[in-house]
Write a protein that binds this ligand. Structure first.
Ligand code: ADP
Ligand code: ADP
Length: 230
């Protein structure tokens, strides 16, 4: 099954086309690493998937549901696309505990008993239940990123978008979080798009790798294939 389908997707800022007409399908229940040099259009593409940047034209669908279509005037809001995001700077609330940060996006949707259970489940997934009452400043960078990961899965998304999520961490921590993220995505049958400028990281974490150059797809394939033919 195909999770994400982009059809003739473009993005123009004034006269500059930063995403050329893009046609791409990304596999369901896998991690797609999106790699390319700075300025190639990775963030623009990720933000268009999220609904944070409006494409100039084209169509985006998730599991056959159209979330954006310029001709039919469809533009599903970010909150209704069934996705969560993880950012490089963690984006945690400093005045909230770990548990409160994870609960933040859930409060209007769940009863308090469900909320407690969901937060405990999400923190368990990243091994942080013992730190639930700490504040972000009391945690290491790796622990803060695990909180952000717990907050993302807590909403039970179908899709998680990672924007240079590990780029601020040291190499050893990155390697271990690459493994943890990969297990989390696969164990929960989620689909992920992981933006990175680091080729090694893309090949390690991606089941599928898409190489972007000047707003166009230069290569797309299984990580194992691209690894053998770099
Ligand atoms: P990457 O994430 O690969 O570094 P971006 O998606 O951030 O690339 O940028 C792609 C291109 O779009 C770059 O040339 C950048 O300068 C341009 N761009 C991004 N955002 C804007 C904007 N708001 N206005 C004008 N140009 C932009
Ligand atoms: P650079 O060439 O930029 O110094 P490295 O070649 O050391 O970087 O690392 C490139 C990628 O490999 C990084 O994404 C890093 O997270 C990962 N990495 C580094 N060390 C290890 C390791 N021991 N095990 C797994 N991955 C690692």
């Amino acid at each position: 099954m195909v999770a994400i389908k982009l059809t003739n997707l473009t993005k123009r800022y004034r006269d500059t086309e930063v995403i050329a007409p893009l046609n791409l399908t990304l596999p369901d229940q896998q991690i797609t690493a999106l790699i390319g040099p700075s300025g190639s259009g990775k963030s623009t593409l990720l933000n268009m998937l999220a609904g944070l940047t409006q494409p100039t034209s084209g169509q985006i669908s998730f599991d056959q549901q159209v979330v954006f279509d310029s001709q039919q005037n469809v533009n599903v809001s970010p909150a209704n696309r069934g996705l969560a995001m993880v950012f490089q700077d963690f984006a945690l609330w400093p005045h909230m505990t770990v548990a409160q940060n994870v609960a933040f996006a859930l409060e209007t949707k769940l009863s308090s008993a469900e909320l407690t259970e969901r937060v405990a489940w999400a923190l368990d997934q990243v091994g942080l239940n013992d730190l639930r009452d700490r504040y972000p400043r009391e945690l290491s960078g790796g622990q803060q990123q695990r909180v952000a990961l717990a907050r993302a899965i807590a909403v039970k998304p179908k899709l998680i978008l990672f924007d240079e999520a590990l780029s601020a961490l040291d190499p050893q921590l990155r390697a271990s979080l690459q493994g943890e993220i990969s297990n989390l995505i696969h164990d929960n049958h989620l689909t992920a798009v992981f933006v990175t400028h680091d080729r090694q990281e893309a090949l390690r974490i991606g089941d599928h790798v898409v190489l972007i150059h000047d707003g166009a797809v230069a290569q797309s394939g299984r990580a194992t294939e691209l690894y053998q033919h770099p």
